[in-house]
Design a protein. Structure first.
Length: 114
């Protein structure tokens, strides 16, 4: 399984960004995809996940601001981030959980200026 993330960048506080992560390889129809993030000096943390059936989980810190979605036809997961805050600044990593194994994409930097 290979994951290719894109969409990061620099944005002012209050702005929006949309991340994308395209999966290829042996994805299978049942899986969980999601996003984690890691800020400098901090541990990697869950942002949001979505199952192939559409069930979602969000970190409390992003509820109401971020929306995770997926397109199962093209095996792509998206993260729409609204009302961004400086504390959202981090490297965002795409994750796919397939048949009990975790696969990570390369990180994409999101920087929110105050």
């Amino acid at each position: 399984v290979q994951l290719q993330a894109s969409g990061g960048g620099l944005v002012q506080a209050g702005g929006s960004l949309k991340l994308s992560c395209a999966a290829s390889g042996s994805i299978f129809s049942r899986n969980v995809m999601g996003w984690y993030r890691q800020a400098p000096g901090k541990q990697r943390e869950l942002v949001a996940t979505v199952t192939s059936g559409g069930s979602t989980i969000y970190a409390d810190s992003v509820k109401g601001r971020f929306t995770i979605s997926r397109d199962n036809v093209v095996n792509t997961v998206y993260l729409l981030m609204n009302s961004l805050k400086p504390e959202d600044t981090a490297v965002y990593y795409c994750l796919a959980l397939v048949l009990g194994s975790n696969y990570w994409g390369q990180g994409t930097q999101v920087t929110v200026s105050s």
